[in-house]
Design a protein around this ligand. Sequence first.
Ligand SMILES: Cc1cc2nc3c(=O)[nH]c(=O)nc-3n(C[C@H](O)[C@H](O)[C@H](O)COP(=O)(O)OP(=O)(O)OC[C@H]3O[C@@H](n4cnc5c(N)ncnc54)[C@H](O)[C@@H]3O)c2cc1C
Length: 270
Amino acid sequence: MKQVEPEVFLVARPQVDYDGVAAYLQAVGGQRWLERLDRDQLDEGADSPRIDAQNLAEFAGKMCYRSWEPGLNPNVKRVRDDQAKYLENILRSGHGSVLEHVSFTFVLHNVSRVFSHELVRHRPGTAISQESLRFVRLDEIPFWFPDWAKADPELMKRASALLTEMEAFQGWMSDHFGLDDEGVAFHEKKHKTSFMRRLAPDGVATGLVWTANIRALRHTIEMRTDAGAEEEIRLVFGKIGAIMREEAPALFGDYQVSGEGAWVPGWRKV
Ligand SMILES: Cc1cc2nc3c(=O)[nH]c(=O)nc-3n(C[C@H](O)[C@H](O)[C@H](O)COP(=O)(O)OP(=O)(O)OC[C@H]3O[C@@H](n4cnc5c(N)ncnc54)[C@H](O)[C@@H]3O)c2cc1C
């Protein structure tokens, strides 16, 4: 039995095609917005890389009101150039659809099926590819113990013995079904592997790829770090929140993190 920790790896972030944006802005007379790039006004700071996630959200927002510069829309007499303030206004006013264009992809590694049952309840704006325990045969039962459990020797002794026995039983079933024998058809392996996973615990550590847009991320970070949420999902979404605050400070900087680790947004339900 291998003890593991749930881990979060950010594997993809948005990338703006500035040539495409420039061609569009040229067509509508909105080049001024892109010229701000040259003045570092669409960067978080002159020395830091440009933040495509924020630029894409701002781009989608400005498209709505043709507010690349004053006068393009006769109704718009002034435009907001400060990106952080602009995006704060998007969050405050709940203009959330523009945030749906901006997606991030994570590998959630060594998470349990307890975790994934809860994660999949969050549907709009997300995509999931989960490790198949019908295809992937368990030859061990990796398992996460929270610190409070690790501090309980009797619990750990009994839980470790149980998991070791379950692991051995997985091995016994593989042998019993002859899964590694010469010429066993893959559909037979799949059939038996799927049966065998029923005899592994919900807590077995596995993994998935999870993609979510900013709107879904904001909602799930808030809900799943709440003090009332389950401890593993709280741990994972605390990590996701910390990554997102680094990735897009203007879109996640409004959260206050409580002493208990709950991420409470300044602007709710965008
Ligand atoms: C502490 C806690 C305990 C829970 N306990 C249980 C439990 O015991 N049993 C159980 O089954 N579930 C439970 N859940 C799951 C919960 O009921 C939700 O299904 C889950 O949190 C997904 O959140 P969401 O509804 O905001 O949906 P998301 O999929 O995250 O959607 C985001 C938002 O989009 C809107 N939306 C999404 N889908 C629809 C729709 N079909 N129709 C209209 N609007 C929609 C809603 O405004 C929703 O808030 C629990 C969740 C938490 C956080």
